[in-house]
Ligand binder design. Structure first.
Ligand SMILES: Cc1cc2nc3c(=O)[nH]c(=O)nc-3n(C[C@H](O)[C@H](O)[C@H](O)COP(=O)(O)OP(=O)(O)OC[C@H]3O[C@@H](n4cnc5c(N)ncnc54)[C@H](O)[C@@H]3O)c2cc1C
Length: 394
């Protein structure tokens, strides 16, 4: 099905993360002003390297390593609006934001993922989350505050991470570097354990390569990370985490990284799968020809494994490019491309000097994996800003 070409086709892209930015950049390059107006909306005026935000919870970092102002990477073809998306009216074709209503002809939903609490009593009110640059700064500030308070208690604060997925593991890795330094700064006797992870399943990084999982567990334990596995969180109250087994932990800080779902602002009208918007083979919301979905907001099922595709930066990039191309194709009446999932793999950092990787079937670990994570970041910088942008930000 093709869309009629008008010189005022309004394309509104929601979210300037990995997927949304790529859609905007692609359309900006490929569509003439006579073909469409392109608007990009995000609540922040910067693009976040989300896959690096756990680094904010370590020693020194520079903002430019984690975020980049959108004005530096967007062309004038794209009209950027800083606003928070609240609703999408698919009948009237209007996006409601905190700064007013925005009509669209074609809408792209790329709002990323939001934390889910699985209905666990008290969890939302009594935990912090690692979902954005601002959230990471709040965790770091809270940890520093807890260490300031140790002059009264005389003991190091206990930090518990809920969820042993990629986010929880990378955060634990950073803290295993950072907390011993804080112990020393505050003259605290440190125990061998600096941070703990509670995980409902029998291993961390469930679903990943078994060898890498076991090696990651070993590295983390050697770094003083306690792994409390095979026991789901059942209830949380202030400084108290109750487990299904009956065990009770009393952390000073509980960070929940246990699950994500699509953005609540746009879920209502759509068919959901695994708490994300179900998409067709062209990355359009199931049942809609004028709404595309890319990245963590979208849920497609991998034809091979029949499992939902993971919410990763690589999937977001590929879908973002494809959505850009398919919008151009639909406007020009040419055939659209189908999305096919190809797994690239993952690299999980375990602190400043260690990582575990699995890319295109190659397994690697240690300093080399850490270096490869940097290479992937440089490649990403180049892809969004070109060579001079890469050189400025290396
Ligand atoms: C700590 C952490 C580590 C990660 N590490 C890795 C990794 O190593 N490798 C990997 O492949 N993936 C990793 N990921 C996942 C990866 O970052 C995501 O899969 C990817 O960013 C998804 O891209 P996206 O465009 O769908 O969403 P995002 O990149 O999250 O972008 C969503 C955008 O929407 C904006 N937004 C959200 N809600 C609203 C609203 N209501 N109104 C306006 N704007 C809104 C946000 O500000 C954001 O800019 C990690 C994620 C986290 C949190």
């Amino acid at each position: 099905m093709t869309q009629s070409v008008t010189d005022s086709e309004r394309i509104v892209i929601l979210g300037a993360g990995v997927a949304g930015l790529r859609v905007a950049q692609r359309l900006g390059r490929r569509l003439k002003p006579s073909e469409a107006q392109i608007m990009l909306i995000d609540e922040n005026d910067y693009h976040q390297f989300l896959y690096r935000i756990h680094e904010v919870c370590n020693l020194e970092y520079e903002d430019k390593e984690i975020i980049v102002p959108l004005s530096r990477i967007l062309s004038k073809r794209v009209d950027f609006r800083q606003a928070s998306v609240q609703n999408i009216d698919t009948e009237e074709k209007i996006v409601t934001t905190d700064k007013g209503d925005i009509p669209y002809d074609i809408c792209v939903i790329a709002l990323g993922s939001h934390v889910t609490y699985f209905g666990i009593e008290g969890l939302e009110e009594n935990s912090m989350t690692l979902t954005s640059f601002e959230a990471a700064k709040s965790i770091r500030a809270r940890i520093q505050e807890l260490f300031e308070e140790t002059s009264e208690t005389g003991r190091p604060p206990k930090i518990l991470i809920g969820g042993g997925g990629f986010t929880g593991v990378e955060l634990a890795g950073e803290l295993s570097d950072y907390l011993p330094i804080l112990y020393e700064r505050h003259n605290l006797e440190s125990s061998s354990i600096c941070v703990s992870i509670v995980e409902a399943l029998p291993t961390i990084l469930t679903g990943w390569n078994e060898k890498q999982v076991l090696m990651s567990q070993k590295v983390l334990r050697n770094r003083g990370v306690e792994l409390l596995l095979d026991d789901p969180v059942s209830r949380v109250s202030k400084n108290r985490v109750e487990m299904k087994s009956g065990k009770i932990y009393e952390p000073d800080l509980f960070v929940w990284t246990g699950g994500v779902r699509g953005d609540p602002a746009c879920g209502l009208d759509f068919q959901l799968k695994g708490r994300r918007i179900s998409i067709d083979e062209y990355c359009r919301a199931e049942g809609y020809e004028d709404i595309y979905v890319a990245g963590d907001s979208a849920c497609a099922v991998d034809a091979g494994s029949r499992r939902p595709m993971p919410p990763t930066a690589h999937v977001a990039m590929v879908q973002g490019d494809l959505v850009g191309d398919n919008i151009v194709a639909s406007l020009r009446g040419s055939p659209m491309k189908k999305y096919v999932y190809k797994r690239a793999g993952e690299i999980v950092t375990l602190g400043k000097t260690n990582a575990m990787g699995d890319l295109f079937g190659f397994l690697f670990s240690g300093a080399f994996a850490k270096f490869m994570k940097k290479v992937v970041h440089w490649w990403y910088l180049h892809s969004i800003g070109g060579f001079s942008f890469l050189l400025e930000n290396m």
